[in-house]
Design a protein around this ligand. Structure first.
Ligand code: ASP
Ligand code: MG
Length: 439
C-alpha cells in the first residue's frame, strides 16, 4: 500500500489554472500557450475557465430559454459565433476545423429544442458548463498546432459531485480515484493534461457546476488528489494585492501569505482567489502561487505554511449590500430562540451574511443584494419581526488595520454599522449624498 502511494507522487508536478481573462482572445490564448511551453519540463495539469465573459452570456441563454424569450436564438448564436471566431483566428489550416466544436454545440441544442422539464438549477448546469468545454477544445487544438503534446480530458469524468446543481459538493473518494486513473498516465508520459474548471458530474453522469468562479477550486481539488508539488493561478494582476486596484490607488503586492491569512481574505471578499481554494491545498501543504500571465517571469505571491509574517493593512470590499435591521414586534429582547429562527431562514435561502451585529432589541446584518432571495427572506421574517431595509451600502473589511487607514476610508462616508476585533475591522458604508442647495 505504502509503496503504491509513493509511486503516485510525480516529480515536479504542477497544476495551472487560467481564468477567462487570460484566454479572452486570440492573443491571450497564444500567450497561455507560451507560458505552458516554458514549463514543459514539469508534469502539467492545466485547468481552464470559459473564455472572457462567456459564462455570463450562457446565463443569459439559460434565462431566455426558461422564460421562452424570443431572443433565445440570438443569444445562443452569439456564443457560437464567439467561439468560431476565436477558433478561426487561431487555426492555420481551416479545413475541417469548424467541426471541432459541433458536438458541443449539439449538446446544448438538444436541450434548447425541448421545453424545460427539470429545475432551473439543473438546466443551468447543462447549458452553462459548455463554456469551459468549448474554451478547452480551442486551447487544446491550438496547443496541438504548436506541437505542444496535450490531452483534452472531460472534467466530468473526474470531478464527481453530488446532485446539488449549481453548487455540486465534491465526492472526494470517487474524485481521488478517477483523478489518479485518468490523469496520472497522461502526465507520466510527458503530455500536458488539459481540462475544464468549474464543471463536474454526478455518479450518474449528470453535468454539475461548482458555483461561479469555481475554476480555482477545481484546480485545488486536482492538486490535492494528485499531491501536486505546486499550484499556480495565473491572473491579470501581479499577485495578491492589498486592495482591488480597480477601486484603490497605490495598492501593493503581498509577496507572501499564510494559508490562514488567505482564507480570511477570501472569506471577507478578496476576489483574487475563490474562497474554497485554500483548504484542499493547505491540507496537503501544497504551495499556491498567484502570478501574472502578463509577466510570467515575475515573482507573484506565494501562499504557504508561513507563520509570523507581518502584513500591511489589506482592504476587501463587498459592493451592493443591503442592511437589514430585524427587531421584535413587541420590543422584547432578541433572544436565542429568535436568532435560531432568523439563522434558519438565512440558511434556507442560502444568503451569506457579510456582517452582523446584535443589540438588545435588534439584530442587524449586511447581505448581498440578491433581490429575489432577499424579498422572500423578508416576507417570511415579517411574520414575526419588523424589518427595516437600507440599500446601497458597501462593506469594507480591513485586516491588520491602522487608525490612519480607517480614518482615511471613513472620509465622506456614512457608517451604517461597524465592528472590530483584534485583527479585523468591518464597516458598512455609503457615500454621503450631496446636499441640494435651495435658492
Ligand atoms: N467560468 C466560470 C465563471 O465565470 C468559472 C470560473 O471562471 O472560474 O464563473
Ligand atoms: Mg470566469
Amino acid at each position: 500500500m505504502r509503496q503504491n502511494k509513493k509511486k503516485y507522487k510525480a516529480i515536479n508536478m504542477k497544476v495551472f489554472k487560467f481564468g477567462g481573462a487570460s484566454i479572452k482572445d486570440v492573443e491571450g490564448i497564444k500567450n497561455v500557450a507560451n507560458i505552458i511551453k516554458k514549463y514543459r519540463s514539469s508534469q502539467l495539469i492545466v485547468v481552464i475557465s470559459a473564455s472572457g465573459k462567456i459564462t455570463n452570456a450562457l446565463e443569459e441563454v439559460v434565462n431566455a430559454y426558461i422564460k421562452g424569450q424570443d431572443d433565445l436564438n440570438t443569444k445562443w448564436q452569439f456564443v457560437k459565433d464567439y467561439h468560431l471566431t476565436l477558433l478561426n483566428g487561431l487555426t492555420e489550416d481551416r479545413e475541417g476545423s469548424g467541426e471541432l466544436l459541433n458536438d458541443l454545440f449539439a449538446e446544448v441544442e438538444w436541450v434548447l429544442e425541448e421545453p424545460p422539464a427539470r429545475t432551473y438549477d439543473y438546466v443551468y448546469d447543462q447549458i452553462v458548463s459548455i463554456g469551459e468545454l468549448l474554451s478547452t477544445r480551442i486551447v487544446s487544438h491550438y496547443l496541438n498546432q504548436e506541437k505542444i503534446a496535450n490531452k483534452w480530458v472531460d472534467a466530468r469524468d473526474i470531478i464527481i459531485t453530488d446532485d446539488t446543481y449549481r453548487e455540486g459538493k465534491i465526492q472526494w473518494s470517487e474524485t481521488q480515484k478517477k483523478t489518479k486513473e485518468i490523469i496520472l498516465p497522461i502526465i507520466q508520459e510527458g503530455t500536458v493534461c488539459l481540462t475544464q474548471g468549474f464543471i463536474g458530474a454526478t455518479k450518474d453522469n449528470e453535468t454539475t457546476t461548482l458555483g461561479r468562479e469555481g475554476s480555482d477550486y477545481s484546480a485545488a481539488i486536482l492538486s490535492h488528489c494528485l499531491d501536486a508539488e505546486a499550484m499556480v493561478i495565473w491572473k491579470d494582476v501581479s499577485g495578491v494585492l492589498t486592495a482591488d486596484p480597480r477601486l484603490f490607488e497605490n495598492v501593493q503586492k503581498l509577496d507572501k501569505l499564510s494559508y490562514q491569512e488567505a482564507i480570511e481574505m477570501t472569506y471577507f471578499g478578496a476576489t483574487v482567489i475563490h474562497p474554497k481554494t485554500i483548504k484542499p491545498i493547505q491540507n496537503k501543504s501544497i504551495p499556491l502561487y498567484v502570478k501574472s500571465f502578463l509577466e510570467p517571469d515575475a515573482e507573484g505571491t506565494i501562499i504557504s505554511q508561513f507563520s509570523d509574517l507581518n502584513y500591511p493593512p489589506v482592504v476587501m470590499v463587498e459592493k451592493n449590500q443591503i442592511l437589514l435591521k430585524i427587531t421584535t414586534r413587541d420590543f422584547s429582547f432578541v433572544v436565542e430562540s429568535h436568532l435560531a429562527m432568523i439563522f434558519d431562514l438565512f440558511a434556507k435561502y442560502r444568503i451569506k451574511i457579510n456582517m452582523m451585529r446584535n443589540s438588545a432589541i435588534s439584530f442587524s446584518v449586511s447581505v448581498n443584494n440578491d433581490s429575489g432571495k432577499i424579498d422572500s427572506l423578508c416576507s417570511e421574517l415579517e411574520a414575526n419581526f419588523n424589518i427595516s431595509r437600507q440599500d446601497g451600502f458597501q462593506v469594507y473589511t480591513v485586516r491588520h488595520f491602522t487608525d490612519q487607514m480607517i480614518e482615511h476610508l471613513k472620509e465622506n462616508k456614512l457608517i451604517g454599522m461597524e465592528d472590530r476585533t483584534d485583527k479585523t475591522l468591518q464597516m458598512a458604508v455609503k457615500d454621503i449624498p450631496l446636499m441640494t442647495l435651495k435658492h
